[in-house]
Ligand binder design. Structure first.
Ligand code: FAD
Length: 380
């Protein structure tokens, strides 16, 4: 359908991204995923596209403007490479850039932000702990003030980019129980007391790294506190909104992969004397996938428009994330069904999308937590 929000700039940006993914990623995605890593040079190549500069001042290497539609286009187009591990590997930094540029000291921003945005250095946001990821207000990692340093103790886990990032945004408890006791810290990987181990053998996202981080008397300068003491929970919650928009857009890209590859296979494959696509049951699967894609696209466009208007539609984002992960689950299953046994073999995009549905339904706020948040936002 014609998109009422399309502009020349947005269309050109999307084309640049699509060409880049077709040229630089698609031919290598299978091999990188099987090898378990992307080449580090990819970070700088992607950085040169400007995709990490949204909402960041030009003085720090940013674009000096923001546009939610362009952010969404980035996530959607990169997901279309068909290997979720590729965007995860390069894009772990995305969810840490906004807190760094909004809340870190001028000294930290001057020193690190341009390198992160250009893809020369990696950064991650480390919220989840071994004791749980959904209940953010119950974070157990602690920070105590000792002279002009904060001393952090605790563990974080499932941290995307955890093995390769140089910089981390880490919430820790500086006060009592509950959400008002949480503050945010900027921690560098070479700080004494910081160590990490890789999470092995994941279901999907093979070419991205996830790590457990250990903070054992990890001393950071007092100026490493990001924003006000006790305001870390609010900062994390605000940050989740755009992360979730990106996840929705990524899932939309994955759904389009299912439809495209499903149609291509159905046109090629012959059963009972005619192409699969001529069988009504298969045609209905295609219609059902296409309808869900159009619904997600329209929902996402409306969300992006609201965000650009300065109104963060938290309930809609939460509901849309659940709606989209369910729609993706449907599309992955139907596309796999169209392919039959061939879909079950490694090396095709649908097989990988099918394995990578669950991380989208759990990461960045699970379906259960999203529904809960949406209803709370309705005042209930
Ligand atoms: C590949 C991958 C990458 C990740 N990257 C990062 C990262 O970069 N940074 C980071 O901080 N985290 C990251 N995560 C962690 C992710 O955000 C968490 O897995 C997620 O928030 C859920 O937390 P949990 O796994 O601890 O599940 P839990 O919180 O233990 O929940 C377990 C299950 O119970 C459900 N549940 C929990 N509470 C309730 C309730 N009140 N009512 C009903 N159901 C409930 C949840 O929805 C979930 O289904 C990543 C995870 C994965 C798998």
């Amino acid at each position: 359908m014609k998109n009422p929000f399309e502009t020349e700039d947005r269309a050109a940006f999307r084309k640049t991204l699509r060409d880049f993914v077709t040229r630089e990623i698609r031919p290598h995605a299978d091999a990188w995923d099987e090898a378990g890593a992307v080449p580090w040079e990819l970070h700088a190549k992607v950085g040169a596209l400007g995709v990490w500069g949204f909402g960041v001042d030009e003085a720090y290497g940013g674009l000096g403007f923001d546009d939610c539609f362009m952010r969404a286009a980035f996530s959607e187009e990169f997901a279309r490479c068909g290997a979720g591990g590729v965007p995860a590997a390069i894009n772990g930094r995305m969810i840490s850039i906004d807190p760094i540029q909004r809340l870190a000291s001028a000294e930290i921003k001057d020193r690190v932000l341009a390198d992160i945005i250009a893809g020369r250095k990696g950064s991650s946001l480390a919220v989840t702990e071994p004791g749980g990821g959904s209940d953010v207000a119950n974070i157990q990692t602690r920070a105590r003030l000792d002279g002009n340093h904060w001393v952090l103790n605790g563990q974080k886990t499932f941290i995307t980019g955890g093995m390769t990032s140089d910089y981390f945004v880490i919430p820790a408890r500086t006060g009592g129980a509950g959400l008002e006791g949480i503050s945010l810290f900027f921690v560098e990987a070479d700080t004494p007391g910081f160590s990490r181990t890789e999470l092995p053998r994941k279901m999907g996202w093979w070419c991205s790294d996830q790590a457990t981080l250990y903070l054992d008397d990890c001393r950071v300068p007092a100026s490493s506190m990001m924003g006000d003491e006790g305001r870390g929970f609010t900062a994390i919650m605000q940050n989740f909104n755009l992360e979730r928009v990106a996840l929705i857009a990524g899932m939309l890209g994955m759904m389009k992969v299912c439809l495209e590859d499903g149609i291509a296979w159905a046109q090629e494959r012959q059963t009972f004397g005619k192409p699969l696509i001529r069988h009504q049951v298969i045609r209905h699967k295609i219609a059902d996938m296409a309808a869900r894609i159009e619904a997600v696209e329209a929902y996402l466009n409306q969300i992006c428009w609201s965000v650009n208007e300065g109104d963060m539609p938290v309930a809609a984002i939460s509901n849309c994330k659940v709606f989209t992960s369910k729609a993706l689950e449907f599309c992955a299953s139907e596309a796999m069904q169209i392919m039959g046994g061939a879909g079950y073999l490694r090396g095709n995009r649908i097989e990988r999308v099918y394995r990578e549905v669950k991380v989208m339904a759990i990461g960045g706020g699970s379906e259960e937590i999203m529904r809960d948040l949406a209803v709370r936002q309705m005042g209930l």
